[in-house]
Design a protein around this ligand. Sequence first.
Ligand code: NAD
Length: 403
Amino acid sequence: MVKICCIGAGYVGGPTMAVIALKCPEIEVAVVDISVSRITAWNTDAHPIYEPGLDEVVKKCRGKNLFFSTDVEKHVSETDIVFVSVKTPTKTQGLGAGKAADLTYWESAAPMIADVSKSNKIVVEKSTVLVKTAEAIEKILNHNSKGIDFQILSNPEFLAEGTEIKDLFNPDRSHSKLAANAFLPQRISSVNAMSALCEATGADVSQVSHAVGKDARIGPKFLNASVGFGGSCFQKDILNLIYICECNGLPEVANYWKQVIKINDYQKTRFVNQIVSLMFNTVSGKKIAILGFALKDTGDTRETPAIDVCKGLLGYKARLSIYDPQVNEEQIQRDLAMNKFDWDHPIHLQPTSPTSIKQVNIPSFIFDGWNVVDEGKLRAIGFIVYPIGKPLDQWLKDMPPLA
Ligand code: NAD
């Protein structure tokens, strides 16, 4: 039986290996991680990550040809192919801090693979790493090896959180990772920049997107205005691209990509400022319910725009009630405890169901960061609705600008 092993049981490693195990019952798949809590959770029914369809896939294979373990060395030594799917966050210190990808986890995995290997292996890069990383890893592996042959393959992962299982069943590409992860958010920032202009001129950004998307050269995807992009990859990968441009003497190109992140930050700040402005220039002491906190249809809160929006509102001393069916209170408290703003009042967390919304006070506001609510219905029952990039209620138009 061919054995494969994946180092890193995270958002990429866990689901990817589960789908490989399902599709290839003749292969034994081990997913290993140094995190005891993550592996323990994979071995229960409360998996460490939520993705639609994931639980069913894991349940079908776990214990048959899919195994989760903290015994990293044992499984790596026994395997024919090693996938490396460890995180590559933005560096926080040293050369390239704030931009370059931190390869610490990758670099610690490579010598371990060389040390424990007793037979030839194929090592597959799943993590998002720079071009030429494979060459560097090959040097580390072959320098440490004892006549063992290591072949390094680059196979970046293209799944998107929220649709991971669907994407894994229908993969559509396998190359140019950093460029793709710059172009996608660039489209989001472009449409978000348009949304600000639409609000200023009374136009509707959804009509603009629809019309622009009809141009076959542009296409309709990734053209929905929102409060901004988030997640663990887009910003990190653009920052990495910026760093590569700077290192290669291309400051103009680096500045171009910086703007994609600047517009994203601007959109989040603009959303917070609109809330404050439209609620009579103050949210101090006002109760605001935040429905949805994680990224898309997941429980992943890494770099979710909700964090910045909540921190912004807390900075203005709003009282927040935050609810997301996939995120527990502890996680939300942890995410909001990072000190961007200082506040001295508690965060209230309580379940709220969007379907049970009814008007309680006059005036009551809905600020729709994803343009998903039915504005007409909510206006009909008395809410004042602020959708991104669309014509405002007359009532909102009459409000004075933020002081
Ligand atoms: P993650 O943080 O969810 O998972 C990484 C796991 O690796 C963690 O559980 C960590 O404990 C483990 N780990 C780190 N060092 C280890 C070691 N030496 N031995 C064993 N385990 C170790 O990260 P992720 O979201 O799965 O991302 C992994 C890579 O895939 C990153 O490079 C990311 O950029 C890329 N990627 C992510 C996505 C996404 O949607 N999350 C999509 C495509 C590509």
